[in-house]
Structures are given as structure tokens and as C-alpha cells.
Ligand binder design. Structure first.
Ligand code: GRF
Length: 206
């Protein structure tokens, strides 16, 4: 069994989609812990219902970023975590954690990276920027996490059309359906050892 950690700040629909996928396919992986910077996010209810431990760690309550990172690493170690999945986690992952879990942290972004990523590009802001750009396609990206926001190597992407009538809400809804399809698939590839990194390019092994 591969032990996973989820980091989430909000509703957790991606976390939920991955959980369902792992269960339905009887994949050799399970969530050992859900970590959040918030005390009572909606995603904690999902964890509770599945008996997954919930850990509230607010970076602001630590004396320094290094103390926060050290605590996170101790917790992840204690749960035997091999892969971290970020799912709507709104805080930066400390560099020490990124280094320790290099190539073993996945994130989902609701646009086609490397476009429409980086600081401030989250939630509705992303879809608003896509619509205003005039682009006819958007989509979702699952990528490995490095020390630069929304920058790591791309694992999976899928596109959706952008319609003239779209609002950030309607586009977000269309993109979310794709997120729920490709994120579980990327986690499956990760736990089955089918992701091979070549610099910025990712090879998906058969
Ligand atoms: C998703 O749109 C994801 O792409 C982004 O944050 C949102 C999280 O949604 N990183 P949910 O909490 O998984 O429902």
C-alpha cells in the first residue's frame, strides 16, 4: 500500500474524486492523512466520513517557516507518506518539504499551464483571465510541484472549449469535470510508478 497525504483548504471535490477512484479500482494506495491550513474546511468532513485522520496546521502559528516545515515533515514521516496530493491547497508548500518529496508531490491547476498560473491565479481569477484573454480553449493540468508556484513538470492535461457566453462560473464548472477525471488518473500513474521525469518533460510508462 502506498500512503498518500492530501493537502486541501476548501471543499475537497478533487480529494473526493481521487478517494472514489482509488476505492472503485482497488488501487494499492490510500490516504493516510488530510492536512489543512484551515481549522474546519469542508474537505475535513469527507476525511471524517472515511476515517482519514485530519491535521490542522496553520503556518502562521509557527515561530518560523523552518519550524512549520519541520513539523510537517515529522507528521508526514509518522504517517509513512510517499506521495502528496495538493487539492485546492492555498498555501505554498515549504521548500524543505518540496525538497524531501521531490518528484512526489502532485497539484491540480484549473487551466492549461504554463498559461494562467502563478501567484494570484486561483479560483475564479483563473477563469476570468482565460475568458478575458479571448482563448477558445482552457482545461486542467496535473503537474509535479517544485519550488516555483504552478511551475513543475506537467503530468496530464485535458482541454475544454471556452464559449463566448461563458462566465467564470460556467467555465469553472466545465473545467472541474475534467479535473475530476485527470487527477485521479494521475494519482493512479504515480502510485503505480508510471511517471518518469526527464527535466521538464514527463514520460508516462505503459
Ligand atoms: C480546483 O479548481 C483546483 O484546480 C484548484 O482548486 C480547486 C479546488 O477545488 N487547485 P476542490 O476543493 O477540489 O473542490
Amino acid at each position: 500500500m502506498v500512503n498518500l497525504a492530501a493537502f486541501a483548504s476548501g471543499r475537497g471535490s478533487n480529494f473526493s474524486a481521487i478517494l472514489t477512484y482509488l476505492e472503485e479500482r482497488s488501487l494499492p494506495a490510500h490516504y493516510a492523512v488530510l492536512v489543512s491550513d484551515r481549522a474546519q474546511p469542508a474537505c475535513a468532513e469527507i476525511a471524517l466520513a472515511k476515517g482519514i485522520p485530519f491535521l490542522h496546521l496553520n503556518p502562521k502559528t509557527f515561530a518560523s517557516p523552518d519550524e512549520y516545515a519541520a513539523r510537517l515533515l515529522r507528521e508526514l514521516e509518522s504517517y509513512g507518506v510517499e506521495w502528496i496530493t495538493l487539492a485546492g491547497y492555498l498555501k505554498m508548500i515549504p521548500a524543505l518539504v518540496v525538497q524531501r518529496y521531490a518528484g512526489h508531490i502532485l497539484n491540480i491547476h484549473p487551466a492549461l499551464l504554463p498559461l494562467f498560473g502563478g501567484p494570484g491565479m486561483y479560483g475564479e481569477h483563473v477563469h476570468k483571465a482565460v475568458i478575458e484573454s479571448g482563448m477558445k480553449v482552457s482545461g486542467a493540468t496535473v503537474h509535479l510541484v517544485d519550488e516555483v508556484y504552478d511551475h513543475g513538470a506537467i503530468v496530464l492535461q485535458e482541454t475544454v472549449p471556452v464559449h463566448f457566453e461563458d462566465t467564470p462560473e460556467t467555465l469553472a464548472h466545465r473545467v472541474l469535470e475534467v479535473e475530476h477525471r485527470i487527477y485521479p488518473r494521475a494519482v493512479e500513474l504515480a502510485v503505480l510508478g508510471k511517471i518518469r521525469i526527464h527535466g521538464r518533460r514527463v514520460e508516462i510508462l505503459p
